[in-house]
Write a protein that binds this ligand. Sequence first.
Ligand SMILES: [Zn+2]
Length: 160
Amino acid sequence: MADSKTDPRAGFRMDKTGNEYRLAGVIDEHANLDFLRGVQGRITVNIRDVRRINSVGVRQWMDAMRAIPTTANVELVEARPPIVDQINMVAGFLGRARLVSFYAPMVCPSCDHQEEIQLDVATCRAAGGALPSHPCPRCINSVMELDDVEEEFTSFLRDA
Ligand SMILES: [Zn+2]
């Protein structure tokens, strides 16, 4: 586990497998993102298990994203809604990284079933920022709706 960094104080965790890095927990002043300064070539950073990011964490994150070497191609995958909110609110949040996929919080208007569905940024951009229609797995003939203000949540899909 030489490539694993764990900080129990903050619950931030980074694990590396091949050219995929997985971040988990909370991004705050204890989160060490320095590995991004030394990355090479194409790498994937999976942020599915990042639960939240505080204001100090946003600054650390942006410093790290700006410090990605020009020789590297960093693809962020599986951003959860709290991170999507940051991408929408904070100009330059992604720095030199590129967001590839994200989760949209969906709710069924008929049965209130809630589910986060994983979506592909390029596919949604090609559709003009529209989210694909997603049938409720519990109801027949019911289409789930975004459990958020769609125009705000999807704004990052329209500025490229
Ligand atoms: Zn339903």
